[in-house]
Design a protein around this ligand. Structure first.
Ligand code: SAH
Ligand code: SF4
Ligand code: F3S
Length: 436
């Protein structure tokens, strides 16, 4: 089949790291003749890049794999592969449960995807490799990037933190950092492709150890001509340095937004989660950040229903939210991940309580998000234009430096332009305004 125009459909679940990995796998498959399609029926190869951070993420993937069964029957030449975190976790089990899956590649093996597909083109047999969780994607791999304005660049892989609820360290291996030269080269290449906004990625960027500090790396990327906006995620509160705060405050195009997952608002639960900071330490950090970076936007992640959570703990978390006033929060119901310590902690919380607490938490945070957005009405913000909204051609979407979504009626702007927008309306999750 070499040389023929073969079609590849990639479905990506999970976090930004998976988006970046998918683009790299697409790059590798492109070298052996595959081009991307949106049409699953037209695909010769379907690759599902999976997530297993919560049971809901896994259910979605199993549902999706199941739906491809008929397609495989109708088109036996179709190759179906599963990669990513759930592939790493389940390995052989995936084939046992769904024999129409042709191959399973773990997170450390994604750079082998082209070799595996080529061998399957020649001879069909099940292939599973999840043997090396800490394997890396070589830097020479040229990613086939999606989008046209904003792109993700991994600076490190893996995680050493072992928060007791979290499966990521088991499916992504230990921390390893890419070299600054490789990162700078990739940023230059993305800018040359026309990307305006770069987001540096790692499970905990603060522990970057590629030969300079993360603050130095960020400052280095900020100096690259053409990087009009620079973002990063995720920061762990335990080691967000003064140096990093100063780098953001003094940066040119480093956006004033920090995603700083707190996970919970009571010391007892934070300790059980192995987050290694206290509520007080987090609050002091927020104070320091806000003093150094006026207009900074802070977002967070929170988990409700962690084992041992009492009503008292939960009320403390609500109080904590009211005290910090995050711009936005991503809220999750605790999901038991087998193999993690918390999965066998006593006093697991029942579903009804989990859902009730999630609703209450969201209600409190939504009111805060709305209040913060309402305070922006009347002000003028710089917006990076992303393109037409999905529902209305006349409306463009874009983001503020603080990462807020904004909708506005466009004139002759294009995706990638920086424009000034006066905010006229605020909702919980978005703003509306007029170009000035
Ligand atoms: N490395 C990042 C994010 C990793 S996963 C960090 O440390 O912040 C993204 C989010 O998923 C986490 O911040 C956490 O809030 C949530 N999460 C992780 N494991 C979970 C679980 N078992 N149940 C529910 N939410 C979980
Ligand atoms: Fe998971 Fe904690 Fe690592 Fe984030 S820091 S990936 S929550 S173990
Ligand atoms: Fe990301 Fe999900 Fe893996 S959140 S690191 S894709 S388990």
């Amino acid at each position: 089949m070499r040389g023929m125009d073969k079609k590849l459909k990639i479905l990506t679940y999970g976090c930004q790291m998976n988006v970046a990995d998918s683009e790299r796998m697409a790059g590798l498959l492109n070298q052996i003749g595959y081009t991307l399609t949106d049409d699953t029926d037209a695909a010769d190869l379907i690759l599902i890049n999976t997530c297993c951070v919560r049971a809901t993420a896994e259910d979605k993937v199993f549902g999706q794999i199941g739906r491809f069964k008929t397609l495989k029957r109708q088109k036996p030449s179709l190759i179906l592969g599963v990669a990513g975190c759930m592939a790493q976790k389940e390995g052989e089990n995936l084939i046992k449960r769904a024999p129409h899956v042709d191959f399973v590649l773990g997170t450390g093996q994604s750079s082998e995807v082209a070799r595996v597909v080529e061998s399957l083109e020649l001879e069909r047999k099940h292939f599973v490799d999840v043997s090396n969780v800490s394997g890396d994607i070589p830097s020479e791999v040229f990613p086939l990037r999606g989008g046209q304005v904003s792109t993700f660049i991994p600076i490190m892989y893996g995680c050493n933190n072992f928060c007791t609820y979290c499966i990521v360290p088991y499916v992504r291996g230990r921390e390893r950092s890419r070299k600054p030269e490789e990162i700078f080269a990739e940023v230059n290449q993305a800018v040359a492709e026309g990307f305006k906004e770069i987001t540096l990625l790692g499970q905990n960027v603060n522990s970057y150890s590629g030969g300079m500090t993360f603050a130095e790396l960020l400052t280095g990327v900020d100096k690259i001509a053409g990087v009009e906006r620079l973002r990063f995620m995720t920061s762990h509160p335990k080691d967000l340095s003064d140096e990093l705060i100063a780098a953001i405050a003094g940066g040119k195009n480093i956006c004033e937004h920090i995603h700083l997952p707190v996970q919970y608002g009571s010391d007892k639960i934070l300790k059980r989660m192995n987050r290694v900071y206290t509520v007080d330490k987090y609050l002091k950090l927020v104070e320091k950040i806000r003093a150094a970076i006026p207009d900074v936007s802070l977002t967070t992640d929170l988990i409700v229903g962690f084992p041992g959570e009492t009503d008292e703990d939960f009320q403390e978390t609500l109080e904590f939210l009211r005290a910090v006033k995050f711009d936005a929060a991503f809220t999750f119901i605790y999901s038991r991940r087998s193999g993690t310590p918390a999965a066998i902690f006593p006093a697991q919380i029942d579903d009804e309580t989990k859902h009730r607490r999630l609703d209450e938490l969201m209600k409190v945070q939504n009111a805060i998000s709305l209040e913060k957005n309402l305070a922006m009405v009347g002000s003028t913000v710089e917006v990076l234009v992303e393109g037409a909204s999905k529902t209305d051609e006349k409306i463009f979407t874009g983001r503020t430096r603080s990462n807020k979504l904004i909708l506005f009626e466009h004139g002759d702007e294009h995706a990638g332009d920086l424009v000034n927008v006066k905010i006229t309306q605020a909702q919980t999750w978005l703003l509306k305004g007029d170009i000035i």
